[in-house]
Write a protein that binds this ligand. Structure first.
Ligand code: ASP
Ligand code: MG
Length: 408
């Protein structure tokens, strides 16, 4: 008997019929003798609808109240799924995040999980019930409802699997695994039977939307066995996220191509080139809770330098305002911005043993006339920031040049 945590995304619970199908799948796992904890997202489109509704009332919604509103989407699906499970003749019990006690910090709309109380869930499982938990939400130490950021149900799933020491965490979604890149852009993209945890972490942080980055972080930290599967197919192994590199096989140079179109670039022009300037620029940005991604400080001329960085497009205006506010203090000449940027990244642990990946990537982009505006690298990834209008072209040519369309 195994303890399985299954997480179903919004499209998998997008209609009463689909919720019924989830219940049938859960019933099959239970019939095989497994204990099952199910984490669900809101029905597809629901979180977007709730956010839009909030914005109609308050264009810049109060974060605490926004969490109160958007946490309701998942509360609907846990109740509906429990009803569907009961219709299948199973015992089932729903829990909101607060009812489990998924304790988080108080960073509304992007809270972090601190602790999970697994006792009630454990008791229900031992009594033969299926436990159904609302994804994406928790409660802070003062009893405020919090949410974990878009896509946060993945993190709930993995965190519950860690807390319960589950044998496997299965993420059911509308694709049948992790692909070399988004098949909507490159039809030749292939499903990866396995991907290393490190690669998955990079892919998720670089814009592959299959798993929320924090869920991968959690899985790595607690060594949760994680698998991505389709909720629309009965067969298939999906993609297993492994902790070991497969030494038996020759590693491909590149495993996948991730991209993100929500990038924006800010440049502070003509700042004095002296110690502490990066801190004076990025300190206030961090205080405003804006995440900074790529950073470039140019070589100074005449004691002045230009300093550029990228942020998520949604935070562009806020970051710009912060910079305008400190411009005089840091002695900058001007602030410039471009919010139509995209980032394309090639990822693969094979890079460690294959030199020349960067030059191949840059040459390929150059041949297409795509200008690289920023570069950042790690041991297993190379990212470039480019004009958004070249994004699809860049992904296509890189997928081809690194032979990702060819079966291993
Ligand atoms: N419903 C939330 C969202 O749309 C959380 C999730 O689906 O994982 O972002
Ligand atoms: Mg998702």
């Amino acid at each position: 008997m195994a303890l399985i945590v299954q997480k179903y995304g919004g499209t998998s619970v997008g209609s009463p019929e689909r919720i019924g199908n989830v219940a049938k799948r859960v019933a099959r796992w239970q019939a095989q003798g497994h204990q099952v904890v199910v984490v669900v997202s809101a029905m597809s489109g629901e979180t977007n609808r709730l956010i839009a509704l909030a914005k109609e009332i308050q264009p810049n919604p109060d974060p605490r109240e926004l969490d109160v509103v958007i946490a309701t989407g998942e509360q609907v699906t846990i109740g509906l799924l429990c009803m569907a499970l009961k219709e299948q003749g199973l015992k089932a019990k729903s829990y909101t995040g607060a009812q489990v006690r998924v304790l988080t910090d108080s960073a509304h709309t992007k809270a972090r999980i601190l602790e999970i109380d697994e006792r009630n869930m454990r008791a229900d499982l031992d009594a033969g019930a299926v436990v159904v938990v609302a994804g994406f939400q928790g409660v802070d130490a003062n009893g405020n409802i919090t949410t974990l950021g878009r896509g946060g149900s993945d993190t709930t799933g993995v965190a519950l699997a860690a807390a319960l020491r589950a044998d496997e965490c299965q993420i059911y979604t509308d694709v049948d695994g992790v692909y070399t890149t988004d098949p909507r852009i490159v039809p030749e993209a292939r499903r990866l039977p396995t991907i290393t945890f490190e690669e998955m972490f990079e892919m998720a942080s670089l814009g592959s939307k299959v798993l929320q980055i924090r869920s991968v972080e959690f899985a790595g930290k607690y060594k949760v066995k994680l698998r991505v599967l389709s909720s629309f197919q009965d067969e298939g192994e999906g993609t297993l996220i492994t902790f070991e590199e497969d030494n038996k096989m020759e590693q491909p140079v590149i495993t996948g191509i991730a991209f993100n179109r929500d990038e924006a670039k800010l440049t502070v022009l003509g700042v004095p080139d002296r110690p502490g300037i990066a801190y004076q620029i990025l300190g206030p940005i961090a205080e405003a809770n804006v995440d900074v991604d790529m950073i470039i400080q140019n070589v100074g001329h005449d004691g002045l330098t230009d300093f550029s960085f990228t942020v998520n497009r949604a935070e562009f205006e806020r970051a710009k305002q912060v910079l305008e506010g400190v411009k005089a203090h840091i002695g900058a000449r001007a602030i410039e911005g471009d919010n139509k940027m995209a980032k394309v990244s090639v990822v693969g642990v094979g890079m460690r043993s294959h030199p020349g990946v960067a030059s191949r990537m840059f040459r390929t982009l150059a041949e297409e006339g795509i200008n690289i505006q920023m570069i950042s690298t790690s041991e297993i990834k190379i990212s470039v920031a480019i004009d958004e209008k070249y994004l699809e072209l860049a992904v296509r040519v890189l997928h081809k040049v690194f032979e990702l369309d060819q079966a291993q």
